[in-house]
Write a protein that binds this ligand. Structure first.
Ligand code: ZN
Length: 127
């Protein structure tokens, strides 16, 4: 779950998931192993708006998306610009990987560091 830390103005949707995943693929950072789905608004456990989620069941198994792959949900907030979209997707991928390897989602700070690091890698290929 990637959440915003402060309230800010309503963001408008400027990207769609296909565009983001296509750009990532072109940069050698394919996210084909996941089903990434758009949910207009996501709420975190504390009621704050969230950028993304990587839902798991009570046994730590990922919920599957439309193609049967581990599901990542991204909200309008996440699709407001390419940086936010990329950080959010890889933040959620970090949670999925942690569930796979450690049996739990790991910390928010770790997931966020991974998302930011992957964005930096992306930015080097993107220009
Ligand atoms: Zn998170």
């Amino acid at each position: 779950m990637r959440q915003r830390s402060t309230q800010s103005r309503q963001t408008t949707l400027t990207l769609n998931i296909r565009t983001v995943t296509r750009i990532l693929g072109r940069c050698g950072m394919s996210v084909r192993g996941y089903d990434i789905e758009h949910i207009a608004a996501l709420l975190g456990p504390d009621g704050r708006s969230a950028y993304g989620a990587s839902p798991h069941n009570g046994h730590g198994r990922p919920l599957a998306g439309a193609r049967g792959r581990p599901l990542i949900q991204v909200s309008n907030l996440a699709l407001s610009d390419i940086r936010t979209a990329v950080v959010t997707i890889f933040h959620e991928i970090a949670h999925h990987r942690s569930y796979r390897t450690a049996g739990h989602g790991g910390s928010e700070a770790e997931a966020e560091r991974y998302g930011q690091r992957m964005f930096e890698q992306f930015a080097r290929h993107w220009v």
